[in-house]
Each structure stands twice: as structure tokens, then as C-alpha cells.
Design a protein around this ligand. Sequence first.
Ligand code: NAD
Length: 322
Amino acid sequence: MKILITGGAGFIGFHLSKKLIDAGDEVIIYDALLNFIDPGKSLHDKYLKIRLNYLKDKTTIIRGDIRHKVCLFRVLKEHEPEVVVHLAALPIATVSNKFSEDAISINLNGTMNVLELIRLCDSVKKFVYASSSMVYGNFEKPTANENHPTNPLGVYGATKLSGEILTKVYGKQYGISYTIIRPSAVYGPTDSNRRVSQIFVENGLLKKPLILHNGGSSKLDFSFVEDVADGFLLAIKSKKAENEIFNITRGEARSLKEFVDILKKYIPNIQIRCEQADFKRPERGTLDITKARKLLNYNPKYSLEEGLKIYVDFVRKHITNQ
Ligand SMILES: NC(=O)c1ccc[n+]([C@@H]2O[C@H](COP(=O)([O-])OP(=O)(O)OC[C@H]3O[C@@H](n4cnc5c(N)ncnc54)[C@H](O)[C@@H]3O)[C@@H](O)[C@H]2O)c1
């Protein structure tokens, strides 16, 4: 299959591209190569180089912005992909809340551009949209399936949910087959967006303290990137994914305290500082992945213990070489 991935040079896009290449698919990456993290704190350039070095001879990489319709349209017309996977986004909740106009311009208007253009391209038979479990907001129960009410708490979740609605509307109006994926707390090699997993692993290795708020009781469904990429791959390939929404996660919430306890096994002498939080985090828990298991045969392989070991080994290797 010929597959165009917006945001394909990013963290999830890189791991998905690798899997598609291994499966014999042709991958076209359309990516603006943007970084939303303070450059002083970011390993973005280093990790981007690792990704691009691997991908450059095995895929077609086009530097382009989803907000530039003419550029994207030219690429779609030239390459005629059968599937478009839409990962390009401002993917960080805190940054999206702070720079809400950027989030709306990329996540909402950008998504509309992609949909608007693929409906004009006969080659595209399927659209896969990367949403987020942040569309749920506070969980009403410890476990949320895809029918859980969607009440996002911030701009990021709101833009992701708006993208879902647009995806469904375009799907219905123009007969574009779609699949919506809701990942959560993805971690693993080459993540550069300084989410909690990256900060904890890096601080641990750099002998900086890890700050645990409220005893680390917040829970997240930490999902290893290989599993999430497998979920996307299955959604691309499976007929049963058509016009469906899937939670694609590990399917097991773990507290930040548990995360740190596992980390202690791989990084000795971690310093922990406990603080009271002066902010409120969304109350979240486990994402129910029964539907993905049943319809897609999705079967995440990496427990947090296994995934973190691989991730720590990767960061250890690269952080010491800085
Ligand atoms: N990583 C997670 O924990 C997580 C969880 C839920 C959902 N998601 C979603 O998955 C997708 C991928 O996330 P990621 O973690 O790989 O992020 P990432 O930042 O590593 O990758 C996103 C890519 O999109 C590109 N991009 C950003 N704006 C663009 C634009 N205007 N035009 C073209 N390209 C642009 C960036 O250059 C980057 O390569 C996002 O849509 C995100 O919202 C991620």
C-alpha cells in the first residue's frame, strides 16, 4: 500500500513508518519538522536526526506544513496515496493550553485542510486520525471505553475532539472511510515532547530530583510506542476498522508512584521530592481496549516494566553522548 503520514517524522510516526516499511508498504512522510519545546530543554534535534537518518533512504520525506494547502495538495496529487494517516499536531496539552491559537490553527484548521484535500483526491480510500484519550476529560469510572462521554478539559482535548467530529462529518458526506485512534501517555525511544515519562527518565539518569505531586497518586495508562504503532498498523490494514473509534493503549492505568518504583530498578539512587500540587490534573484511569482486541486483534505486548527497561536503555545511551 502507498501511505502518506502527516507528522510521520515525529515520535509515533517514526515507529509506525518503520513497521509499515517492514511490512513492504510505501511510506510518504509529510512533516513540517516543528518543535514546540523550549530548545534549552529539548533533545528534539538529536532525536529527529536519529529518526530521519533511519527513514531517509526508506521513505519519501517532504518538508511541508498541513496549513499550507497548496503544498499538501501538490504532494497528494503527485504521490496518489491510498491511505492518509494524520498524526501532525501540536501534541502537548500544556503547550496547547498556553498557545491556544497555534493549537487551533494546527490541530483544528490543519485537520480540516487535510480532510478538505483528500476528498479532492480519488486515490485516497482511507483516513486514519490520531485523536487522544484527552477527549474524555475526567473519567466517570476507573475504566473508560469508547462510549465514555467526551468532555475535554483543555484546548488540546477540545481540538482533538473537534478533529474527530470533522473526520466523521467528512467521512459521511464524502464517503471517506475513516478510523479514529485514541492513544494515551505514549512513551519510548525518541520521544522529545517532555511528557512526564521522558522528564522522569531523564531526570533520573541526570541525577536530578523527580517531583511527585500528591504522593504520585495520579494514574495514567502508559503505553509503549511499539504497541501504539502496532495499533495504528492494524487500523490501517483491517477492514473491521472502517468508520470506528478505538482506544489504543496498554489498557492498564498505573500511578506515577508505581512508575517511579519501576524506574528505581533500572536507575539506582533516584532522588524523589514530594510536593503538594497547586494545580488539578484530570482524573484518569484505564482505557478499555476490548474493542480493539476483538475487532483488530490488537494485543499490546509491553508491560510498563518491559517498556521502561527498553526506554531507559535508549535514553542512557543518548543522554551520556550529549
Ligand atoms: N505521544 C502521546 O502520548 C500521544 C497521546 C495521544 C495522542 N497523540 C497524538 O498522536 C500524534 C503524534 O504525536 P507524537 O507524540 O508523535 O508527537 P510528535 O511531536 O513527536 O510528532 C508530531 C509531528 O507532527 C509534525 N507537525 C506538527 N505540526 C505540523 C504542521 N503544521 N504541519 C506538518 N507537520 C506538523 C511535527 O513536526 C512532528 O514531527 C499527535 O496527533 C498527537 O496529538 C499522542
